[in-house]
Design a protein around this ligand. Structure first.
Ligand SMILES: Nc1nc2c(c(=O)[nH]1)N[C@H]1C(S)=C(S)[C@@H](COP(=O)(O)O)O[C@H]1N2
Ligand SMILES: [Mo]
Length: 199
């Protein structure tokens, strides 16, 4: 049975928040971008899924937001070792976009405005584990954190959550993205501390 201290002050610690190995908790939200912040208008924004057969499925802002949004609250884990607990977002689950996409592909190479890429197994984008998010803590997602819209895949290290996301290629064979091709782990599970190739 839990012992509750009467003198407890401040925010109670939520037992569901756990720190993966080698991580520390921060309340900041550091900005980590490999290049300049692209500015994309919602009017010009598009998201395209290209399948292994070359079929394209494209959503503009109106079609994306009409898919129906969810409000996930999740913990973030960055490979540079900070973790941030209880971040709240609003966005469209990737399941909704992939629902009508016919594919036998096992992998996705995600692409951003500005040229960033990151790869992951297609199944990691399904079953309520990934979203295209466009609001953070009740506000439009700021450009430095990936606005107008970014991928959110909180069960993997945060480099998989591509900012300024613009689409993905579905592939029969895995292809490394930006960080994966310079030595970061292909999968990036924080709970198994998969930071670099060979971890
Ligand atoms: N397009 C793009 N997405 C990106 C990055 C980037 O450089 N470009 N950096 C990645 C890395 S390494 C991290 S840790 C997170 C950081 O997200 P934040 O800047 O919102 O904290 O974005 C990821 N997504
Ligand atoms: Mo990162």
């Amino acid at each position: 049975m839990a012992i509750i201290s009467r003198g407890f002050r401040g925010r109670p610690r939520d037992e569901r928040h756990q720190l993966p190995p080698g991580q520390y908790e921060t309340t900041d939200f550091p900005v980590l971008s490999a290049g300049p912040t692209p500015r994309i208008d919602k009017d010009r924004w598009e998201f395209t899924i290209r399948t292994e057969t070359g079929t394209r499925h494209t959503w503009d802002w109106t079609r994306l937001t009409a898919l129906g949004s969810e409000r996930p609250t999740v913990d973030l884990h960055c490979v540079t070792k900070w973790s941030k607990f209880g971040t709240s977002w609003e966005g469209v689950p990737m399941d909704a976009l992939l629902e009508d996409v016919e594919t036998t592909a096992d992998f996705a190479l995600v692409e951003s405005y500005g040229g960033y890429t990151t790869n992951l197994p297609l199944e990691d984008l399904l079953d309520g584990r990934a979203w295209i998010v466009y609001r953070y803590e009740g506000e439009d997602l700021p450009p430095e954190h990936g606005g107008p819209a970014r991928l959110l895949v909180p069960h993997l290290y945060l480099w998989k959550s591509a900012k300024w996301v613009r689409g993905m290629q579905l592939l029969l064979e895995d292809e490394p993205g930006f960080w994966e091709s310079v030595g970061y782990h292909d999968y990036g599970d924080p709970w198994r501390e998969q930071r670099y190739q060979g971890d």
